[in-house]
Design a protein around this ligand. Structure first.
Ligand code: GRF
Length: 185
């Protein structure tokens, strides 16, 4: 798992672990990420790779790839990981590197998807799980679910409702991936 912040999506995956999948590690770029505490409580190994500790962005990307490889994951899940990875990382984990985004892509890519949806005045937004490619939120869509925008919504209330849906959708996608892998073996 890759996460930078609160880690509630990470927690949803921790809570959903069953015979079909387990979370093998957390990689974060933020030493203060709440996800770290969640991983520690769950006994999950953690790698902290702070961008400022590396001389170049490429060096950070290489360390990120190595940290992911160390955990030998079948699937790499970016959930609230607020860094764009480079093309080398994308190709190294091609087909098993996914991200969750709080909008119905291709609408509202980028770091302010919830704010942008509100500003655009649309009545519906939602959540997308997609493969990560070399662009920002441009990879192939795996699953989407919509969320209605209420007149009373501000960025926080809307994002919280989207995150409820994101957690369910992400768990479903991970379980589907695990099931397909099991069938293929
Ligand atoms: C999610 O909405 C995710 O899509 C976005 O950041 C949020 C992460 O939430 N990129 P949390 O840190 O897992 O609570």
């Amino acid at each position: 798992m890759l996460a930078s912040g609160t880690g509630s999506l990470f927690q949803a995956l921790l809570d959903a672990q069953d015979s079909s999948f387990t979370v093998v590690g957390l990689v974060t770029d933020q030493p203060e990420a709440q996800a770290i505490g969640r991983a520690a409580i769950a006994g999950i190994n953690i790698a902290v790779l702070q961008l400022s500790d590396f001389e170049t962005r490429d060096a950070w990307n290489r360390a990120l790839s190595d940290a992911i490889d160390y955990f030998t994951p079948d699937l790499v899940v970016s959930a609230g990981f607020m860094r764009v990875v480079n093309a080398d990382v994308v190709s190294r984990f091609a087909g098993r590197l996914i991200n969750t985004h709080p909008a119905l892509l291709p609408a509202f890519p980028g770091a302010h998807a919830v704010r942008d949806a509100l500003a655009a005045g649309v009545s519906t937004t939602g959540s997308t799980v997609h493969f990560i490619d070399a662009g920002v939120d441009t990879g192939e869509v795996i699953a989407q679910r919509s969320v209605e925008i209420l007149n009373s919504d501000d960025e926080d209330t809307l994002h919280e409702r989207i995150k409820v849906v994101e957690r369910e959708l992400l768990v479903q996608v991970v379980k589907d991936f695990a099931q397909k892998k099991a069938v293929a073996q």
